[in-house]
Design a protein around this ligand. Structure first.
Ligand SMILES: O=C(NCCNC(=O)c1cc(-c2ccc(F)cc2)cc(O)c1O)c1cc(O)ncn1
Ligand SMILES: [Mg+2]
Length: 214
Protein backbone atom coordinates (compact mmCIF):
# COMPACT_ATOMS: atom_id res chain seq x y z
CA UNK A 1 0.00 0.00 0.00
CA UNK A 2 1.04 3.59 -0.60
CA UNK A 3 3.03 5.40 2.08
CA UNK A 4 2.13 8.91 3.19
CA UNK A 5 4.51 11.88 3.18
CA UNK A 6 4.75 11.91 7.01
CA UNK A 7 5.63 8.19 6.94
CA UNK A 8 8.38 8.85 4.37
CA UNK A 9 9.75 11.71 6.49
CA UNK A 10 9.83 9.41 9.56
CA UNK A 11 11.63 6.81 7.43
CA UNK A 12 14.27 9.34 6.45
CA UNK A 13 14.78 10.22 10.13
CA UNK A 14 15.10 6.56 11.21
CA UNK A 15 17.49 5.87 8.33
CA UNK A 16 19.72 8.97 8.50
CA UNK A 17 19.50 10.49 11.98
CA UNK A 18 21.15 9.38 15.23
CA UNK A 19 18.79 8.47 18.08
CA UNK A 20 18.94 11.11 20.81
CA UNK A 21 20.52 13.72 18.54
CA UNK A 22 17.93 16.41 17.73
CA UNK A 23 20.19 18.31 15.33
CA UNK A 24 20.73 15.16 13.25
CA UNK A 25 16.92 14.72 13.07
CA UNK A 26 16.50 18.31 11.83
CA UNK A 27 19.31 17.79 9.27
CA UNK A 28 17.85 14.47 8.04
CA UNK A 29 14.41 16.04 7.45
CA UNK A 30 15.88 19.09 5.69
CA UNK A 31 18.01 16.91 3.40
CA UNK A 32 15.03 14.69 2.56
CA UNK A 33 12.68 17.60 1.87
CA UNK A 34 15.25 19.55 -0.15
CA UNK A 35 16.43 16.60 -2.24
CA UNK A 36 13.49 14.18 -2.42
CA UNK A 37 10.12 15.81 -1.74
CA UNK A 38 9.02 19.25 -0.56
CA UNK A 39 7.15 19.35 2.76
CA UNK A 40 5.70 22.17 4.86
CA UNK A 41 8.34 22.21 7.62
CA UNK A 42 9.55 25.65 8.63
CA UNK A 43 12.84 24.50 7.08
CA UNK A 44 16.50 25.38 7.54
CA UNK A 45 16.52 29.07 6.51
CA UNK A 46 13.50 30.19 8.57
CA UNK A 47 14.56 27.60 11.16
CA UNK A 48 17.70 29.61 11.92
CA UNK A 49 15.52 32.67 12.62
CA UNK A 50 13.30 30.50 14.84
CA UNK A 51 16.40 29.26 16.69
CA UNK A 52 17.60 32.82 17.33
CA UNK A 53 14.22 33.92 18.70
CA UNK A 54 13.98 30.82 20.96
CA UNK A 55 17.49 31.44 22.27
CA UNK A 56 16.74 35.13 22.88
CA UNK A 57 13.45 34.43 24.72
CA UNK A 58 14.87 31.39 26.59
CA UNK A 59 11.29 30.32 27.36
CA UNK A 60 10.06 28.08 30.19
CA UNK A 61 6.67 27.50 28.52
CA UNK A 62 6.17 27.34 24.76
CA UNK A 63 3.04 26.78 22.64
CA UNK A 64 3.40 25.52 19.06
CA UNK A 65 0.30 25.58 16.86
CA UNK A 66 0.67 23.03 14.05
CA UNK A 67 3.05 20.14 14.74
CA UNK A 68 2.93 18.38 11.37
CA UNK A 69 5.85 15.87 11.59
CA UNK A 70 7.52 17.53 14.56
CA UNK A 71 10.38 19.26 12.71
CA UNK A 72 10.03 22.61 14.49
CA UNK A 73 8.98 20.84 17.69
CA UNK A 74 12.37 19.09 17.76
CA UNK A 75 14.15 22.29 16.69
CA UNK A 76 12.61 24.31 19.53
CA UNK A 77 12.85 21.57 22.18
CA UNK A 78 16.57 21.08 21.52
CA UNK A 79 17.15 24.71 22.61
CA UNK A 80 15.01 24.71 25.77
CA UNK A 81 16.49 24.86 29.28
CA UNK A 82 15.92 21.84 31.59
CA UNK A 83 12.36 21.75 33.08
CA UNK A 84 11.05 23.91 30.22
CA UNK A 85 7.90 22.63 28.51
CA UNK A 86 6.78 22.77 24.87
CA UNK A 87 3.06 22.17 24.21
CA UNK A 88 2.37 21.41 20.56
CA UNK A 89 -1.12 21.18 19.05
CA UNK A 90 -1.84 18.99 16.03
CA UNK A 91 -5.28 18.62 14.45
CA UNK A 92 -4.53 15.66 12.16
CA UNK A 93 -4.27 12.33 14.09
CA UNK A 94 -2.04 10.71 11.46
CA UNK A 95 0.45 13.57 11.65
CA UNK A 96 0.39 13.25 15.46
CA UNK A 97 1.27 9.52 15.26
CA UNK A 98 4.31 10.33 13.11
CA UNK A 99 5.35 13.40 15.11
CA UNK A 100 5.42 11.39 18.36
CA UNK A 101 7.93 9.00 16.76
CA UNK A 102 10.09 11.81 15.36
CA UNK A 103 10.09 13.54 18.78
CA UNK A 104 11.02 10.24 20.49
CA UNK A 105 13.81 9.54 17.98
CA UNK A 106 15.27 12.97 18.75
CA UNK A 107 15.09 12.16 22.48
CA UNK A 108 13.20 15.35 23.42
CA UNK A 109 9.95 13.71 24.53
CA UNK A 110 10.48 14.81 28.15
CA UNK A 111 10.19 18.45 27.11
CA UNK A 112 7.25 18.00 24.74
CA UNK A 113 3.51 17.58 25.33
CA UNK A 114 1.81 16.80 22.01
CA UNK A 115 -1.93 17.48 22.13
CA UNK A 116 -4.21 16.12 19.39
CA UNK A 117 -7.10 18.39 18.58
CA UNK A 118 -8.22 21.75 17.26
CA UNK A 119 -6.41 24.82 18.59
CA UNK A 120 -9.71 26.64 19.13
CA UNK A 121 -10.90 23.85 21.42
CA UNK A 122 -7.68 23.36 23.37
CA UNK A 123 -6.37 26.88 24.00
CA UNK A 124 -9.21 27.62 26.51
CA UNK A 125 -8.36 24.37 28.36
CA UNK A 126 -4.58 24.81 28.75
CA UNK A 127 -4.78 26.36 32.22
CA UNK A 128 -7.13 23.79 33.80
CA UNK A 129 -5.75 20.70 31.97
CA UNK A 130 -2.02 21.40 32.03
CA UNK A 131 -1.62 24.03 34.72
CA UNK A 132 -0.22 26.53 32.23
CA UNK A 133 -0.10 30.09 33.63
CA UNK A 134 1.13 32.02 30.57
CA UNK A 135 3.19 31.23 27.47
CA UNK A 136 6.60 32.86 27.08
CA UNK A 137 6.68 32.00 23.38
CA UNK A 138 3.98 31.00 20.86
CA UNK A 139 4.98 29.63 17.42
CA UNK A 140 2.07 29.92 14.96
CA UNK A 141 2.42 27.47 12.09
CA UNK A 142 -1.03 25.94 11.67
CA UNK A 143 -3.90 26.94 9.40
CA UNK A 144 -3.21 30.51 8.34
CA UNK A 145 -6.81 31.62 8.86
CA UNK A 146 -6.58 30.43 12.47
CA UNK A 147 -3.68 32.74 13.38
CA UNK A 148 -5.93 35.71 14.20
CA UNK A 149 -8.79 33.97 16.03
CA UNK A 150 -6.33 31.92 18.09
CA UNK A 151 -4.27 35.02 19.00
CA UNK A 152 -7.46 36.71 20.22
CA UNK A 153 -8.29 33.54 22.16
CA UNK A 154 -4.87 33.53 23.82
CA UNK A 155 -5.47 37.15 24.90
CA UNK A 156 -8.97 36.44 26.18
CA UNK A 157 -7.85 33.36 28.14
CA UNK A 158 -5.11 35.37 29.86
CA UNK A 159 -2.41 33.12 28.41
CA UNK A 160 -0.17 36.03 27.36
CA UNK A 161 1.84 38.17 29.76
CA UNK A 162 3.83 41.39 29.33
CA UNK A 163 6.76 40.26 27.18
CA UNK A 164 5.21 37.11 25.69
CA UNK A 165 6.52 36.61 22.15
CA UNK A 166 4.41 35.45 19.18
CA UNK A 167 6.35 34.15 16.17
CA UNK A 168 4.25 33.47 13.06
CA UNK A 169 5.40 31.42 10.07
CA UNK A 170 4.21 31.98 6.47
CA UNK A 171 3.01 35.56 6.84
CA UNK A 172 3.90 36.12 3.16
CA UNK A 173 3.36 32.65 1.64
CA UNK A 174 0.70 31.18 1.94
CA UNK A 175 0.10 34.42 3.86
CA UNK A 176 -1.87 35.53 6.90
CA UNK A 177 -3.13 39.00 5.86
CA UNK A 178 -5.82 39.46 8.54
CA UNK A 179 -3.34 38.43 11.25
CA UNK A 180 -0.68 40.83 9.96
CA UNK A 181 -3.16 43.72 9.73
CA UNK A 182 -4.37 43.10 13.29
CA UNK A 183 -1.02 42.58 14.98
CA UNK A 184 0.81 45.44 13.19
CA UNK A 185 -2.03 47.89 13.89
CA UNK A 186 -2.42 46.94 17.55
CA UNK A 187 -0.76 49.17 20.17
CA UNK A 188 -0.57 46.20 22.55
CA UNK A 189 2.03 44.52 20.30
CA UNK A 190 5.49 45.53 19.07
CA UNK A 191 6.09 43.66 15.79
CA UNK A 192 8.95 43.12 13.39
CA UNK A 193 9.24 41.15 10.15
CA UNK A 194 12.09 38.73 9.39
CA UNK A 195 12.33 38.41 5.61
CA UNK A 196 13.19 34.91 4.40
CA UNK A 197 12.02 32.30 1.89
CA UNK A 198 9.40 29.58 1.77
CA UNK A 199 11.04 26.39 3.01
CA UNK A 200 13.28 24.68 0.41
CA UNK A 201 12.33 27.22 -2.30
CA UNK A 202 13.25 30.67 -3.61
CA UNK A 203 9.73 32.02 -3.02
CA UNK A 204 9.55 34.99 -0.69
CA UNK A 205 8.22 34.34 2.81
CA UNK A 206 9.05 35.41 6.35
CA UNK A 207 8.32 35.30 10.04
CA UNK A 208 6.52 38.01 12.03
CA UNK A 209 7.74 38.41 15.62
CA UNK A 210 5.37 40.25 17.96
CA UNK A 211 5.96 41.09 21.63
CA UNK A 212 2.81 41.42 23.75
CA UNK A 213 3.05 44.64 25.79
CA UNK A 214 0.30 43.70 28.29
O1 LIG B 1 -1.69 22.64 10.87
C1 LIG B 1 -2.53 22.48 10.01
N1 LIG B 1 -2.27 22.48 8.70
C2 LIG B 1 -0.94 22.76 8.21
C3 LIG B 1 -0.67 24.25 8.41
N2 LIG B 1 0.50 24.68 7.64
C4 LIG B 1 0.35 25.02 6.36
O2 LIG B 1 -0.74 24.95 5.82
C5 LIG B 1 1.56 25.43 5.59
C6 LIG B 1 1.46 25.44 4.18
C7 LIG B 1 2.57 25.79 3.41
C8 LIG B 1 2.47 25.79 1.94
C9 LIG B 1 3.24 26.65 1.17
C10 LIG B 1 3.16 26.64 -0.21
C11 LIG B 1 2.30 25.77 -0.84
F1 LIG B 1 2.23 25.76 -2.19
C12 LIG B 1 1.51 24.91 -0.09
C13 LIG B 1 1.59 24.92 1.30
C14 LIG B 1 3.79 26.15 4.02
C15 LIG B 1 3.87 26.15 5.41
O3 LIG B 1 5.03 26.49 6.03
C16 LIG B 1 2.77 25.81 6.19
O4 LIG B 1 2.91 25.85 7.55
C17 LIG B 1 -3.93 22.33 10.43
C18 LIG B 1 -4.72 21.41 9.84
C19 LIG B 1 -6.02 21.33 10.29
O5 LIG B 1 -6.85 20.42 9.78
N3 LIG B 1 -6.48 22.16 11.26
C20 LIG B 1 -5.65 23.06 11.79
N4 LIG B 1 -4.38 23.16 11.41
MG1 LIG C 1 4.75 26.90 8.06
Amino acid sequence: TQSTQPQRILGAVQKNATRGDPRSVVKAIDQYCRNKEWAMNVGDEKGCILDSVVSEVNPSTVLELGTYCGYSTVRIASLLPPNAKLFTLEFNPHNAVIARQVIAWAGVEDKVQLIEGASGDWIPKMKEHYGVKTFDLVFLDHWKDRYLPDTKLLEECGLLRKGSVLLADNVIFPGAPEYLEYIRGNQRYESCFFKSHLEYTKALDGLEKSVFLG
